[in-house]
Design a protein around this ligand. Structure first.
Ligand SMILES: [Zn+2]
Length: 333
C-alpha cells in the first residue's frame, strides 16, 4: 500500500487536527479557513474527512495539512508520515487483504445486481441490544432534542442514546463479543473501526418488544446522515408507541421524528416493506419529501401498496406541518 493510502487509512483525522493545532468547539472544530467562532468544521471519523458548513472547505487528512501548512501534496505526505510514524511497506498486510476481498465481494454484487445484504442473526441482535441498553443519552443530544420540542417521555419511550466514548466502548464490545462477531454484525467499517461515532444518536428498532436493529443518526452541525450496520438489510423503523388510526410513512428519521413529536404515529420505511402491511385498513399517508429522492421514495412505497392492496393517501402533512421539510433543521445562534 502506498504511503498516501496508508495515511488515509491509518491516521485518524482527529489526530491530524490536533497536530495542526485546530481546536475543537462544542459541536465542531473551529474552521481555520474562515473567521469561525462557532465551530463549523465537522469531521467524519468513519472516512477521515472534514467539511466546513460555512466556507465549504472540505477534504481529507492530507488536504487539511496542505491547506493549514501551505504544503504541496508531497510535503504533506512527508510531514504526516514523519509525525505519525507511517512507513511505506511492500508487504501485503492484513488490511490490504481485507480490502481486496471486500472489493471482490462488491464487484460480485454489482455484476449480479442483486441485493446481497445479509439478514440479522440472533448474535447480531444480542449485540445491538447490548449497545442500546448500555448507553445513555448525552447532554448534547438531550439538549438538541429538547430544543426541537421533544418531550422527555417521548425520548424515554424511543430509548434513544449516545455513545460518549466510542473508542472505549468498542473495546468493551470486542472483549465481550469478539471482534469477528462485531464485524459480522456490521459494526466495523473498512478500517475495522466502530461505525458509530460520538455524534450519532443511537436509535434502536424493536420487534415484539425486542431490539432487532440499530441506526445512528448524526444530528450535529446540520448534517443528517444515517449510519446503519454494514451489509445488513435495512428495516422499517416502527416506534414502540401506542398506534393511532392515522399512520404517516416517511423515508427517514427526520420526517418520522417530526411527526412523532407532534404526537402522530409515524414510520421510517428504510426497507423490509412487508412490515408496513400490519397497518392495512388504517388511514395511511405516504410522506416522502418534495425533492426527487422523496418522490422516488413515494413511488416505491406506492407501488408496494398498490401490489399489496393497501389503501393510501399521498402527502397529508402539508395542512398540519407546513415546515415539515426543515422541521429539524439545526439552526446556529
Ligand atoms: Zn470554514
Amino acid at each position: 500500500m502506498k504511503l498516501a493510502e496508508k495515511i488515509k487509512y491509518q491516521v485518524p483525522i482527529k489526530a491530524v487536527l490536533d497536530k495542526l493545532g485546530v481546536k475543537e468547539g462544542a459541536l465542531g472544530y473551529f474552521c481555520p479557513f474562515h473567521k469561525d467562532e462557532t465551530g463549523s468544521l465537522i469531521i467524519k471519523e468513519t472516512d477521515n474527512t472534514f467539511k466546513c458548513s460555512v466556507c465549504k472547505a472540505s477534504g481529507d487528512q492530507i488536504e487539511i495539512t496542505k491547506k493549514v501548512k501551505g504544503f504541496d501534496f508531497e510535503q504533506a505526505i512527508e510531514f504526516l508520515a514523519k509525525e505519525f510514524d507511517i512507513k511505506e511497506d511492500k508487504n501485503e498486510g492484513i488490511l490490504d487483504d481485507w480490502l481486496s476481498n471486500r472489493d471482490k465481494r462488491e464487484t460480485l454484487e454489482s455484476v449480479f445486481g442483486k441485493e446481497t445484504e445479509g439478514e440479522i442473526s440472533e448474535k447480531d441482535r444480542e449485540i445491538y441490544s447490548y449497545i442500546s441498553e448500555n448507553t445513555s443519552l448525552s447532554f448534547i443530544h438531550q439538549t438538541f432534542l429538547e430544543k426541537k420540542g421533544f418531550d422527555n417521555a417521548l425520548i424515554e419511550k424511543l430509548k434513544l442514546s449516545s455513545i460518549e466514548k466510542p473508542h472505549l466502548f468498542v473495546e468493551e464490545l470486542k472483549d465481550r463479543f469478539g471482534i469477528e462477531a462485531l464485524d459480522k454484525a456490521g459494526l466495523l467499517n473498512r478500517k475495522r473501526e466502530f461505525v458509530f461515532q460520538k455524534n450519532n444518536l443511537i436509535i434502536p428498532f424493536f420487534e415484539n418488544g425486542e431490539i432487532t436493529f440499530l441506526a445512528g443518526w448524526d444530528i450535529s452541525g446540520g448534517r443528517y446522515e444515517f449510519v446503519f450496520p454494514h451489509h445488513k438489510t435495512k428495516k422499517c423503523y416502527i416506534p414502540q408507541l401506542e398506534e393511532k388510526e392515522e399512520i404517516y410513512i416517511t423515508g427517514d428519521f427526520r420526517g418520522c421524528f417530526a411527526f412523532l413529536k407532534k404526537n402522530c404515529f409515524s414510520v421510517a420505511a428504510f426497507g423490509d416493506f412487508e412490515k408496513l402491511l400490519q397497518f392495512k385498513g388504517k388511514k395511511i399517508f405516504v410522506c416522502g419529501d418534495k425533492d426527487e429522492k422523496g418522490q422516488q421514495f413515494n413511488r416505491k412505497i406506492i407501488k408496494f401498496f398498490a401490489e399489496s392492496g393497501v389503501n393510501y393517501t399521498i402527502g397529508g402533512f402539508e395542512n398540519c406541518f407546513t415546515d415539515y421539510l426543515d422541521y429539524l433543521t439545526f439552526k446556529r445562534k
